[in-house]
Design a protein around this ligand. Structure first.
Ligand SMILES: [Zn+2]
Length: 666
């Protein structure tokens, strides 16, 4: 049954294969929330939404084994780079699974059997173009060991913005450096100031391609931030980018003249993307070849700002040199730094909240929602554990789950547990349906390629719930009045339509929640993006009253890992109406250190031995766990614990602005 329609172009890919890349992570550590919130969640949601709209889209990533940061980590851990890469690569893959991110292609560069030869052939094409050639330039070596210094092994002031930076790329301004141009360079290999030397490497005169990059940036989705970076970079007279470096960890170029060098891991990645497409094709029976990229390939890149130079400036030039007949069609999605306590998340410094510390089957949707809501789109944002807990408690449990449970309870009570058929429509009903249609349009817009924004998607999903709660509250006065039965049926049917819309539109962001909600509404797992707001088929069994969607289970880990008193999660969904009593009973016993079986329900707190220090502790616990600030006088004033539980029920109902009062006896 279609009630309101929305017509939006959710995809503009016209049946072309869509390859969505998240930057292959470096296996020098596990993934933290900064990584997860950026390219990985972005690419995952993007692909899920595209598939719901019928696009043939895949998420490709992998393990970028040949990074110098792997060598640095291996040195610190006393193992060889291959063992370090294998260890963290497996950890990363496991963390992605915990986050419900399952890439369709996961290339592990150091072990993929066809990777080396394909990369060397790609490099030969670059050299064959005539633009990539041996060139002697200044470099840095460690003054004590003589080791060549780049990337992880050198740091100093950025020659372009002055901020502290590592070798080769500045995370602050996004510009590449040549290491030898670092201000006051420091070696990671010894305390002595690095020595300047000259080194002959394969090099690319990138400055010759300024016009090509500007043209490329006009053809597809290129955030202004990237265009501005290109403008800044090409203001230099020359930008010579070394594409090989002295190292033993990586793939040596096939050409002579660079003995003891490997193809730099960043140019390597340009090939890695094409290789990933070929590998995916081999598995699904499509004849895609890394050495023959096709015009109909749609490529979408998700990456952090610190990788912008490589993805959006270097790679298009390498593709032009290696495959001059190919015009790559690439959309770029860039995120800024996600901060933790005001500082950058850092794998190497281990300043991070790790995915494995917070992700589990019962928390993954809440984490995905919170990261969507707060990830760094267009600006730096900060992760705070307290903010996560507040969103979980106040929105996902306190509003979403409470509304859905309450809706289920009313359907059980008034319609014998089945979806009612709408009867009489009022102007407010029509307006609410229109409002849901607007939310659907907005979600379609902010999950579509051009306007893709998870910040806005999370806000709009929350908006559906907010609209529904407001509507429910305003309709509740006639819910149980016989004369207005037909209007009440329509209102409930519309609340169910809102829940159904939520299940469908939340699917890309929170797939488990969406599937669980759909099951509770008696509808199939959402597979297609809705074009309209649709009612739940009248007569369908609704099983919402006692479902727990959020709020965790005992044993579930949450950021901050707070012990919830007696093991009972706060505001547990499915709690019978008007009863915080079992929870309060446990809290009173633990606060007053009473035996487990001590009867407390019909006794006053003072009678149980509560003194003012206990009262303050209890007051604090109540505030922490159910967010009700109850005066100490009220604690002492309650005739007994049962009465106090009822008082708390009323307060939580008021605080969360419950849509319908659930028969609190009074
Ligand atoms: Zn800089």
């Amino acid at each position: 049954m279609t009630a309101s329609t929305v017509d939006a172009a959710a995809t503009r890919f016209d049946g072309r294969p869509v390859f969505v890349f998240s930057t292959p992570p470096t296996p020098n550590g596990d993934l933290h929330l900064g990584h997860l919130s950026g390219p990985y969640l972005g690419a995952d949601v993007f692909v899920r939404f595209q598939r719901m709209n019928g696009a043939t889209a895949w998420h490709l990533t992998g393990s970028d084994d040949f990074q110098s940061y792997v060598v640095g980590r291996a040195r610190a851990e006393g193992r060889d780079p291959a063992a370090t890469a294998a260890h963290y690569s497996a950890e990363i893959a496991a963390t992605l699974r915990l986050m419900d991110i399952e890439p369709d292609q996961y290339t592990v560069t150091s072990v993929d059997p066809a990777y080396r030869s394909g990369l060397r052939a790609f490099f030969a094409r670059l050299v064959g173009s005539g633009s990539v050639a041996l060139r002697e330039d200044p470099g840095l070596v460690d003054a004590v060991t003589g080791a060549y210094l780049y990337e992880v092994d050198v740091s100093g002031g950025c020659p372009h913005c002055g901020e502290p930076t590592g070798g080769n790329i500045c995370e602050e301004c996004g510009e590449p450096n040549a290491c030898a141009d670092l201000l006051a360079p420091r070696s990671a290999r010894s305390d002595a100031p690095p020595r300047r030397d000259s080194v002959t490497r394969y090099s690319l005169p990138l400055h010759e391609f300024r016009a090509h990059i500007a043209a490329h940036h006009r053809t597809a989705r290129t955030p202004a931030r990237l265009k501005e970076l290109a403008e800044r970079l090409f203001a230099r007279d020359r930008v010579d980018v070394a594409v090989t470096h002295p190292s033993s960890w990586g793939v040596p170029p096939p050409e002579p003249g660079a003995d003891g060098q490997v193809i730099w891991v960043w140019p390597e990645m340009a090939y890695g993307f094409l290789h990933g497409i070929e590998s995916l094709g081999t598995r699904i029976g499509r004849d895609w070849r890394a050495d023959a990229p096709q015009a109909d390939w749609k490529i979408v890149h998700f990456f952090g700002f610190d990788n912008s130079f490589y993805h959006a400036i270097l790679y298009p030039v390498l593709y032009r040199l290696a495959h001059p007949d190919w015009t790559p069609d690439i959309d770029y999605h860039v995120n800024e730094f996600y901060l933790l306590d005001g500082e950058k998340f850092s794998t190497s410094r281990r300043h991070a909240i790790w995915g494995k510390d917070v992700l589990g089957p019962h928390s993954v949707d809440a984490v995905r929602f919170f990261l969507s809501r707060t990830r760094s789109e267009g600006r730096r944002t900060n992760f705070e554990t307290a903010a996560y807990e507040a969103v979980l408690r106040d929105r996902l449990v306190g509003a979403w789950q409470r509304w859905l449970n309450d809706l289920g309870a009313r359907i059980d009570e008034l319609y014998s547990g089945a979806a009612p058929e709408p009867a009489t429509w009022t102007p407010e009903h029509t307006a609410f349906l229109g409002r849901l249609g607007t939310r659907l349009s907005a979600l379609t817009e902010c999950l579509s390629p051009d306007g893709f924004s998870l910040n806005q998607a999370a806000e709009t999903l929350d908006g559906i719930v907010e609209d529904a709660i407001r509507f429910s509250r305003s309709e509740s006065p006639v819910a149980r009045i016989g004369r207005w039965r037909d209007e009440a049926r329509t209102a409930t049917a519309l609340e169910l339509a809102a829940a159904r819309l939520l299940a469908y539109t939340a699917a890309p962001v929170m797939p488990r929640f969406a599937a669980g909600l759909a099951a509770a509404l008696g509808v199939a797992v959402p597979a297609n993006w809705p074009r309209a707001v649709t009612l739940v088929e009248p007569g369908t069994r609704i099983d919402l009253a006692h479902r727990t969607f959020f709020g965790g289970q005992p044993g579930d880990r949450q950021p901050g890992d707070r012990q919830p008193g007696d093991g009972q999660p706060p505001v547990r969904a499915g709690l019978p109406p008007a009863s915080l009593l079992p929870w309060l009973r446990g809290l009173v016993r633990s606060t007053l250190q009473l035996p487990e079986d001590e009867p407390v329900d019909d006794r006053a707190l003072a009678d149980l031995g509560m003194e003012s220090l206990h009262a303050v502790a209890l007051q604090y616990q109540i505030l922490e766990e159910i967010a009700v600030d109850i005066p100490v006088e009220d604690l002492f004033g309650a005739p007994d614990v049962d009465a106090l539980a009822r008082l708390l029920d009323e307060r939580t109902a008021e605080d969360a602005a419950r849509p319908v009062t659930q028969g609190v006896p009074g």
